[in-house]
Design a protein around this ligand. Sequence first.
Ligand SMILES: Nc1ncnc2c1ncn2[C@@H]1O[C@H](COP(=O)(O)OP(=O)(O)OP(=O)(O)O)[C@@H](O)[C@H]1O
Ligand SMILES: [Mg+2]
Length: 426
Amino acid sequence: MTASPAIAAPSQPLDAAALAAHIAADPGLSAFFGADMANLSIREIGDGNLNFVFHVAGGGRALAIKQAMPYSRMSGGARALTAERLTYEKLALEEFARHAPAHVPAIHHFDAERALLGQEFLSPHVIMRKGMMDGVVYPHFAEHMAAYLSACLFATSDFALTASDKRRKVARFAGNVELCEITERLVFTEPFTLSDNNRWTSPELDAEAAAIRGDEVLKQAVSALKLAFLTRSDALLHADLHTGSIMLTETDTRVIDPEFAVFGPMGFDIGMLIGNLFLNCFAQLAYETEPGGRAAYRAFVLGAVEEIWTGFAARFAALWREKRTGDAYPMRLFPEAAALEAVLARYLQDVLADALGFAGVEMIRRTLGRAHTPDYDAITDRQRRCLSEKLALSHGVMLLRAPRGGMSMTEATDAARRLIGAAPGR
Ligand SMILES: Nc1ncnc2c1ncn2[C@@H]1O[C@H](COP(=O)(O)OP(=O)(O)OP(=O)(O)O)[C@@H](O)[C@H]1O
Ligand SMILES: [Mg+2]
């Protein structure tokens, strides 16, 4: 696919001089950095697969300026990808800022033609995945993510929006097909079949990978979840909500990088997030320098999984009861809130069932598919990495094979605790 004619992004990323010239020529940006334009400090800091990110500092202020090229960064230009993804990121950040302003970075600049997005530079925040690998406890993380998820998912659903507003928003994000295609293929399809893109720790995990490829029950469960992703438009998703898309301190939590944003099943965002937390929990075993050295950290991670769900459900229920201004289950049909409690409970049970399934998919695809996570890539002891990977696969398989709707979040975390407790060498 070629770049959209609407966005004629350049073929080379900006160098510092070109970015400085762009800043100097833009009244908003030059006002942001003040008079001292000659002393701007500009550094490329991107560590992702798709885009370039520049840290720009001057006059005591800083921005993260993201540049999307009409290809993926990782491919070095070989894999075309329209730079329009940055427009979706901007639209999603604006939408999420309306509902959870405390948990997204502020936007200071957007240039569609050059595919540049200037955001508040988050500091001293770190990428959550890194903090977790270092064993840093974030006491408010779960509460903040419950607040972010409930506010954003409720406000962009039919429970909050009129049907016309909802349809307009769905249409606005429906064009994000290229990034959705990445999810559909890399998350839901390739890891469950043979593909040149897959990689896993071989030969140690060959048997597990073959068993998953041959598991009809599991593949049908994955396909049902994929169909939900393809067809449903419950709410606007971040759609890439892993621990590499969260920057935080002990008191402040921000969700960055919603370039995959699209309407889809609410459980997708919740499931991706908790799937990455489970992945990290199993990886923690391999970080221990003495037996049990990361036990307290694992307890924090599994506690966070539980708290994200209970916090989400409680907040979502409160919004449903008090702020249901949309076309679904309209208040005027149901003046007695109590009459709908059973409907609400069933709805949340469905979201939970989806979330647990998506978490299972995420754990398997990060172990057998193309995109792995640094939590595991950083483990140099092969035997330990294999053990953690096998636990992640077992847990993911269990989540997907469980009868739909038959598992609570605490049962899912307890299953992780049992797997770790029974692991060899425990
Ligand atoms: N607002 C910000 N403040 C500070 N640092 C940031 C900000 N946005 C991004 N970064 C840094 O840049 C890195 C890459 O950003 P981001 O994840 O948005 O890029 P990406 O290319 O879309 O990544 P991916 O391939 O994971 O999708 C982040 O890991 C983080 O270190
Ligand atoms: Mg990204």
